[in-house]
Design a protein around this ligand. Structure first.
Ligand code: CP
Ligand code: NVA
Length: 307
């Protein structure tokens, strides 16, 4: 594994191996602590957008494993503005042992990887959020085991988080359903690619408009913000369109009785997710956020080839 840029780049076996390692590293962390497998390694973290979970969980993952991390703020390096992405990548490659980048345009993280001589991780782009999907899959497997045929439903905007959740669902043999308003579909290329994977893995894919139909028999309901970072000028318009897609107690009651409710966070409480559900018995939003730490240790360990 050279880089970690998109779930679709990796085989089911590779992804399951990372999840198994994440479970092992998580157990180890809470018992003896992790050994310093990342000693002498520094992760350069390039951020073009704000972050709580991605920034802190990558930083702590490196520290727990004996390594270090360097935060590079949007103003500092001016990726593609102060300096070309190719030059930034070639310079940083000589200073750090891996890079993680949160960018606006997916092409920019691909460009970093193209020029880098060290592993590059996508820490969220406008297209996908693969590290989030790994933590999500870890959370789902912890709850349901390695069950094929699980029903995963995303309600809301067909955004980066939805794309990565669909991608990992079809890789792991889960059925994936999305309910989103017209005009807010996932990119068609991601859907076509997922359909091909689903043919092999036996997953069913459903693309619906009605959230109530979408949650029938759902064992996972997932939602995310109606307005992603970089789309702020559309906020008012989206706030008029998306309210029927709110994940509230009524919707959750229409799903499987053991359904878990997930959100990548940050949540806009009482917009896409009500307080009642976020803080209710079906919610796993905080263990899910904490699993970023464990999933990313496993991704880093595979990229560094140390575990
Ligand atoms: N879920 C997630 O990536 O959160 P941050 O934007 O806070 O990193
Ligand atoms: N879809 C959100 C996810 C944030 C973690 C965004 O891109 O802003």
């Amino acid at each position: 594994m050279k880089h970690f840029l998109d779930i679709s780049d990796h085989s089911s076996d590779e992804l399951q191996d990372i999840l198994d390692l994440a479970i092992r590293l998580k157990k180890e962390y809470f018992s003896t602590g992790n050994p310093p497998l990342f000693k002498g390694k520094v992760l350069g973290m390039i951020f073009q957008k704000p972050s709580l979970r991605t920034r802190v969980s990558f930083d702590m993952a490196m520290r727990h494993m004996g390594g270090d991390a360097l935060y590079l703020s949007p103003n500092e390096i001016g990726l593609g503005k102060r300096e070309s992405i190719a030059d930034v990548s070639r310079v940083l490659s000589g200073y750090v042992q891996a890079m993680m980048a949160r960018v606006f345009e997916h092409a920019h993280v691909l460009e970093l990887a193209k020029w880098s001589s060290v592993p590059v991780i996508n820490g969220l782009s406008d297209y996908s959020h693969p590290c989030q999907a790994m933590a999500d899959a870890l959370t789902i497997e912890e709850k349901f085991g390695k069950a094929k045929g699980l029903n995963v439903t995303f309600v809301g905007d067909g955004n980066n988080v939805a794309v990565s959740l669909m991608q990992i669902s079809v890789k792991l043999g889960w059925n994936f359903t999305i309910a989103n308003p017209e005009g807010y579909n996932m990119p068609s290329g991601s859907v076509e690619q997922a359909k091909k994977v689903a043919e092999k893995s036996g997953s069913n894919l459903s693309f619906l408009r009605d959230p109530h139909k979408a949650v029938i028999k759902a064992q996972v309901i997932y939602t995310d913000t109606w307005t992603s970072m970089g789309q702020e000028e559309e906020t008012a318009k989206r706030e008029k369109i998306f309210p029927p897609y709110q994940v509230n107690a009524r919707l959750v009651n229409e799903a499987d009785k053991d359904v878990i409710v997930m959100h990548c966070l940050p949540a806009h409480r009482n917009q896409e997710l009500t307080d009642e559900v976020a803080d209710g018995p079906h919610s796993v939003i905080f263990p899910q956020a904490h699993n970023r730490l464990h999933a990313q240790k496993a991704i880093l360990a595979r990229l560094f080839q140390v575990a």
